[in-house]
Design a protein around this ligand. Structure first.
Ligand code: NAD
Length: 277
């Protein structure tokens, strides 16, 4: 399966579909990431707080895949926000991953109550200028946080990684991203496998195309232009989730899925979430 790329606002290309490793323990991450790389994934999404950067890095190293063909994302945890602490946390992540650069470094949450994301991002700008991150961006930023960041710093984030799935379609954020040339990356693209994949409208579209509900949901994201990072530790599902580039949803399918938007989050509200801070 050939995964298309999106071109970020600084010219870096990123696979439109990657592999997420939240909740995969470090000692299982190497196996899961190796399975994903064998299945054709080249983009891996981890974070310092996932505590599996070492296992992820081991799988990358043992794959034998040239570094320039991989796209590795990691994220700065809330406790490390601030200029100097961000620089130190970045060094620690690189060391654990066993890499000398990452492709994308993200601020994991804005933590508005801490009021440190602007200083944090200035450190990210240095990291990018030094070539140690090919692109920098954010995660869980609301449009108001993006506006402030863009007004007060000089590098427009390449990516905003947000909770996004058919029941939380995030129209306002996607519109803000489009206005600023920020790529939208969907976390929990399958709604964490909690119910979404049994919704009758999704099941009906899946039957129509002789595909699985997960494949239909991933196709919906791709046709919207989202970057997606589905997670699974089950080899057959890891393969199923990347096997989505040989069929297309039609306008009727897309409309049926669009009707599922309830604006309901599975995860925390970025306006108030401050774990670890
Ligand atoms: P997801 O939407 O990818 O769902 C994963 C779950 O769905 C699996 O654990 C499994 O139960 C089920 N599943 C996966 N493939 C399936 C298939 N083919 N058929 C049936 N069920 C299937 O959820 P996620 O892990 O929360 O999100 C994906 C990635 O997004 C994470 O691993 C992580 O990398 C990233 N993420 C980022 C943030 C953030 O704050 N930036 C938050 C959550 C997740």
């Amino acid at each position: 399966s050939k995964v298309p790329s999106v071109t970020l606002n600084n010219g870096v290309t990123m696979p439109q579909l990657g592999f997420g490793v939240w909740q995969v323990p470090d000692d299982e991450a190497a196996t899961a990431v190796s399975t994903a790389l064998e299945a054709g994934y080249r983009s891996i999404d981890t974070a310092a707080i996932y505590e599996n950067e070492r296992g992820t890095g081991r799988a990358l190293a043992s794959s034998g895949i040239p570094r320039e063909e991989l796209f590795v994302t990691t994220k700065l945890w809330n406790s490390e926000q601030g200029h100097d602490s961000a620089l130190r946390a970045f060094d620690a992540s690189l060391e654990k991953l066993g890499l000398d650069y990452v492709d994308l470094y993200l601020i994991h949450w804005p933590v508005p109550s801490k009021d440190a994301y602007v200083d944090t991002y200035r450190a990210f700008e240095k990291i990018q200028a030094d070539g140690r991150a090919k692109a920098i961006g954010v995660s869980n930023f609301l449009p108001e946080h993006l506006e402030r960041l863009i007004a007060e710093t000089s590098v427009v984030p390449a990516v905003n990684q947000i909770e996004l799935h058919p029941q939380l379609a995030q129209a306002a954020s996607r519109e803000a991203h489009a206005r600023h040339g920020i790529a939208t990356e969907a976390w929990s693209p399958l709604g964490q496998g909690r119910g979404l994949l049994e919704v009758p409208a999704i099941v009906a579209v899946a039957r129509k195309h002789d595909r699985t509900p997960a494949q239909v949901v991933l196709r919906w994201h791709l046709q919207l232009g989202n970057v997606v990072i589905p997670k699974s530790v089950t080899p057959s599902r890891i393969r199923e989730n990347i096997d989505v580039f040989d069929f297309e949803l039609d306008a009727e399918d897309l409309a049926a899925i669009a009707a599922l938007d309830e604006g309901r989050r599975l995860g925390p509200d970025p306006a108030v979430f401050d774990a670890g801070a």
